[in-house]
Structures are given as C-alpha cells and as structure tokens.
Design a protein around this ligand. Structure first.
Ligand SMILES: Nc1ncnc2c1ncn2[C@@H]1O[C@H](COP(=O)(O)OP(=O)(O)OP(=O)(O)O)[C@@H](O)[C@H]1O
Ligand SMILES: [Mg+2]
Length: 163
C-alpha cells in the first residue's frame, strides 16, 4: 500500500544534497530506496550525497555498465544498482543480489524497472522543473510498511531545511 506522499522543490544541487542527507539520517541496513527520473534528473547525484552523508569517502559513480557498485559507509555497506540496462525483474533476480538486501542499504536508479522485487521501499522520483536547469522536483512515496511511518518526519525535516 502506498502511504500518502509529498513533493519538494530543490532549487539547486545543494538543496538536493541536503535532502539526501536527511533521507540518510532515517535509513538503516535492510532498507531500499528506489530512484526514478529522466536521464540527468539527478539520480546519481542523489546517491553520491546519500553515501557521503553516511560518512563514506568511497567514490560514487554510475553503475550503468557494471549494474552494481558497493560502497563502505559508517552504517554498513551501500549497494548501488542501476537498473537501466535490465529487461525487468526476472533478469534482476538472476543476478542474485537479493542475498545482500537484509544487510545493506540498497539504492536503485531506474528503480521502477525492478520495484516489485522490493515490497518495502522509499520511492523518490526526480523531475526537471520548468524555468531553471538546476531546479528539481522530488516526489516521495512510501511503498510497504517500513517507510510509511517515516514520511511525516521526512517531510517536516525537509521542509524545515528548504524553507
Ligand atoms: N538540483 C539538482 N539536483 C540534482 N542534480 C542537479 C541539480 N541541478 C543540476 N543538477 C545536475 O544535473 C545532473 C544530474 O546528473 P546525474 O548523473 O545525477 O543524473 P542521473 O539521473 O543519474 O542520470 P542517468 O539517467 O544518466 O543515470 C548533474 O550534472 C547535476 O550537476
Ligand atoms: Mg545515474
């Protein structure tokens, strides 16, 4: 079941980074965060900011060709997946990443392609916003039970930061 979502407007990279840091503050091993949005909407930049906020110095790069990268962070490993080149959930399942899900924080670019593999996840859609090429609208939705109780806190902390 989808909990009620919310949208925020990021008026530059610094805003997007601040939002990612707030999400990082609520995340823990076992979580899944699925990112969507057109090419260059800012998915990889969001992951960079998230991983940095976990206290990692690992370089975050797009795993478009490798499909997945792992990063070491202060709260455990982050599994960064790019589903862009995957045909769907069946191909994803064949790659066998599910053995990691319980122990890592999984972040997926083009997450919608594999969303049915993550019963519980935070979905974040990044979209371009008319008028300025550094403005992005981020739409948050909780799918399943894990993130639903976090939504009010997330929304309040983000609103406070972006005010
Ligand atoms: N407010 C913003 N939030 C995020 N990125 C921004 C913002 N403003 C400008 N950008 C720029 O948009 C680009 C986003 O690139 P990024 O690689 O993160 O996109 P992506 O969604 O991962 O693309 P792809 O679909 O190719 O994986 C970067 O060049 C970044 O500097
Ligand atoms: Mg990317």
């Amino acid at each position: 079941m989808d909990a009620e979502g919310f949208k925020v407007v990021c008026r530059g990279l610094a805003d997007t980074e601040a939002v990612a840091a707030i999400v990082a503050g609520r995340a823990r091993p076992g979580d899944a965060i699925l990112l969507d949005g057109k090419l260059a909407a800012g998915k990889t930049h969001f992951v960079k900011a998230l991983v940095a906020a976990f206290g990692s110095t690992d370089a975050v790069t797009s795993p478009t060709y490798a499909i997945a990268h792992f990063y070491a962070t202060g709260i455990g490993r982050v599994l960064h997946i790019d589903a862009y080149r995957l045909s769907g959930p069946a191909e994803f399942r064949d790659l066998g990443f599910d053995g990691y899900f319980a122990d890592v924080i999984t972040v997926v670019e083009w997450g919608r392609i594999v969303a049915e593999e993550f019963a519980d996840h935070l979905a974040i859609d990044l979209d371009f916003t008319d008028g300025a090429d550094t403005v992005r609208t981020l739409a948050f939705a909780a799918v399943g039970e894990r993130w639903a109780p976090e939504m009010a806190t997330l929304q309040a902390r983000i609103a406070e930061r972006l005010a």
